[in-house]
Design a protein around this ligand. Structure first.
Ligand SMILES: [Zn+2]
Length: 242
């Protein structure tokens, strides 16, 4: 019998609960108790983040966000499906985006992809399906068109370079899909909502943002506020500089 009390899973849970005790001391015991206001007035985050479920790319940790700062939806590879009329099929990501945009009226949406993304690797390697998984193939297949483009990249591009390209291409696709939601397109057009594409390189500890003017990802300098990607990222993307 495994020693359940000292198994790595049990230790991980204990660490999480110790973390919550510290969190509780910080936010419920001190003079500054932000949850009192967050309960009495409700939440009003200005930013919606669509991030990958990956344990290494947590938007709140990356940005040192405080309670109430971010409205977050996470899924495999931070993908946003294109708008479809609801037909009785639950759509978790679309529902979360709708809540953030129509109920909370956020000012910004960030699609936060990342390097070494297992979902994107799955897409690149097993686009045709997999007998080992039931739900993943259909989910990542929404970005299948980008794999075809990746396969047309210059032949000298190595595997890592191709995957980095595909990760960024998926962010670009999600931004375009966001704009297929009529109530998002309206708000972007009216200047009430800005869309951003960020790519977190977890090997080098760097964030690159999709620049709306050039259509390319580039590193964000300290103190810099990157311009939104908005609707200016259409068309094929070049490998060079991405
Ligand atoms: Zn990922």
């Amino acid at each position: 019998m495994p020693d359940r009390e000292h198994s790595s899973g049990t230790l991980a849970l204990r660490r999480l609960l110790r973390g919550f005790e510290h969190f509780h001391d910080s936010f419920f015991e001190g003079d500054d108790r932000p949850y009192e206001k967050l309960v009495s007035e409700g939440q009003s985050p200005r930013v919606l983040v669509i991030a990958c479920s990956d344990s290494r790319s947590d938007p709140a940790l990356l940005t040192e966000a405080q309670p109430g700062d971010l409205f977050v939806v996470r899924n495999v590879a931070a993908l946003v499906p294109a708008y479809e009329k609801p037909r009785g099929v639950p759509k978790g990501t679309s529902a979360a985006v709708e809540f953030g945009v129509r109920a909370l009226e956020v000012d910004h949406i960030i699609v936060l992809g990342h390097s070494h993304c297992g979902g994107i690797r799955f897409l690149a390697e097993r686009r045709g399906g997999s007998a080992d998984f039931e739900f993943l193939p259909d989910w990542v297949a929404m970005a299948g068109e980008m794999v075809t483009q990746m396969e047309n990249l210059a032949s000298e591009a190595g595997e890592a370079e191709r995957l980095r390209w595909l990760e960024k291409a998926a962010i670009d696709l999600s931004l375009r899909n966001l704009q297929s939601f009529p109530w998002i397109a309206e708000r972007v057009k009216a200047g009430r909502l800005a869309l951003h594409g960020w790519h977190f390189d977890l090997q080098h500890g760097q964030i690159q943002a999709l620049d709306g003017a050039s259509g390319r990802f580039r590193a964000v300098a300290p103190g810099e506020l990157p311009s939104p990607a908005c609707g200016c990222c259409e068309g094929l993307m070049e490998l060079v500089g991405r």
